[in-house]
Design a protein around this ligand. Structure first.
Ligand code: NAP
Ligand code: ZN
Length: 387
């Protein structure tokens, strides 16, 4: 459900005539650009604040998108805080973007002006390596890997990509997703990261009818995992540190709920699950979840990138031929697939709509574990020019 802390004129935003537009101009090297507004920070320890910056005008195969909504992923907080020691400042996050096409290059054939579209975690890749050919651009093996939607320096000139906490963005058409008619634009952004990050491993490990699936952590990713795995026919167990999330877990489709701090309840899950997905963002002990796996079953960790808090006990892995794996977002084709899947199955993310100026408080809410279950910024309605 939407927590409408603010009032907004949704209908107005969704008119194709609502395009923000800043006149194009030539930069000092003669490249056509337009002015954009966005929220960025220059350091790990300062707040995000509005800035004016330049976006390129679309190249022949590019799409320019006026951003309506952008989800706030926990990765945005990790990146701003430089948790992964790779942040380039200024850092302008945002990789769950829904907007309307406002201009297209001459060669664009998949999108027309006025289309409702999405951009997820990537805006480019080499296009020719084995992973790109397999439509798994997130694992691009090219010289600079996949170009993420924000936080370069991944472009050839070393400049930084700026994400969706901004008025508009310019993206190659092959990295632009169609938002199917059945999806509500305000609830669609989380599908572009949280949705595909959980959908991709569920599909890769062939989760389906009759299987028993565990989801660890009921947050942005976790709640999507519960909805998706349930729609795929699995019986879902949620492992959570928050007893007060049980009713929500069941509402999202889970049949079982285990408080992960309850050792007895954890022991009772031994050898019971066909697949477990951990979305826990911090270093944690995965051994209790390894034990919950049946023979040959797999635990996939999509949450933390930090070392686990305890070494994996290989006797637990070897004795039942269990598997421990990781997974990164999803390819562009898979991202379109999860959007279509959610439209077909009537699945939507649970979102709290927030104004752009509340982004720093939104980060504090994430850190305190207060979000139910994804914040989405009303970009078109609340992003204002810096004073
Ligand atoms: P989130 O909304 O904050 O949800 C994380 C959930 O994990 C929390 O709601 C909480 O659920 C549980 N949790 C939090 N801290 C915990 C701790 N110390 N120990 C145990 N459980 C804890 O975050 P999110 O947006 O879902 O993102 C989750 C993680 O996935 C982040 O680290 C993010 O960077 C990462 N991520 C990875 C990928 C990828 O491609 N692999 C893509 C996107 C995001 P309970 O209250 O139920 O315990
Ligand atoms: Zn994300």
């Amino acid at each position: 459900m939407y927590n409408n802390g603010i009032h907004f004129a949704l209908k107005t935003w969704l008119q194709p005539s609502h395009f923000c537009f800043f006149a194009p101009f030539l930069d000092n090297t003669g490249v056509p650009m337009s002015k954009a507004i966005g929220y960025a920070t220059n350091h790990s320890f300062t707040s995000l604040a509005p800035i004016l910056f330049d976006r390129p005008e679309p190249d022949p195969s590019d799409v320019q998108i006026t951003i309506l909504f952008c989800g706030v992923c926990r990765s945005d907080l990790h990146q701003v805080r430089d948790d992964w020691k790779n942040t380039v400042y200024p850092c302008m996050p945002g990789h769950e973007i829904v907007g309307r096409v406002s201009a297209i290059g001459k060669q664009v054939s998949k999108h027309v002006v006025g289309d409702l579209v999405g951009v997820g975690c990537m805006v480019n890749s080499c296009g020719s390596c084995a992973s790109c050919r397999a439509r798994l651009e997130q694992y691009c093996e090219g010289p600079i890997g996949a170009t993420l939607t924000y936080n370069g320096p991944m472009k050839p000139d070393g400049s930084n990509t700026f994400g969706g906490y901004s008025s508009h963005i310019v993206v190659p058409e092959s990295f632009v997703l169609k938002i199917p008619a059945g999806l509500d634009p305000v609830a669609a952004p989380p599908l572009l990261c949280a949705g595909v990050t959980t959908y991709s491993p569920l599909r890769h490990w062939r989760v389906g009818e009759g299987q028993r699936v565990g989801v660890v952590g009921l947050g942005g990713l976790g709640h999507m995992a519960v909805k998706l795995a349930s729609a795929m026919g699995a019986r879902v167990t949620v492992f959570s540190t928050s007893a007060d999330k049980e009713a929500d877990a069941r509402r999202f489709g889970a049949e079982d709920f285990v408080l992960s701090t309850d050792k007895k309840a954890m022991t009772a899950t031994e050898l019971s699950l066909d697949f477990v997905l951990s979305t826990v963002p911090d270093s944690h002990d995965i051994n209790p979840y390894v034990q919950a796996l049946k023979r040959d079953a797999t635990l996939v960790v999509v949450g933390t990138l930090a070392p686990f808090s305890k070494p994996t006990d290989n006797s637990k892995v070897a004795f039942h031929r269990r598997n421990v794996a990781g997974s990164l977002i999803g390819g562009i084709a898979e991202t379109q697939e999860v959007l279509n899947f959610c439209a077909e199955h009537g699945i939507q993310a649970e979102v709290e709509v927030i104004p752009m100026a509340d982004i720093n408080e939104a980060f504090r809410c994430i850190a305190r574990g207060e979000v139910r279950y994804r914040q989405v910024i009303d970009i078109a309605g609340t992003l204002k020019q810096p004073d």
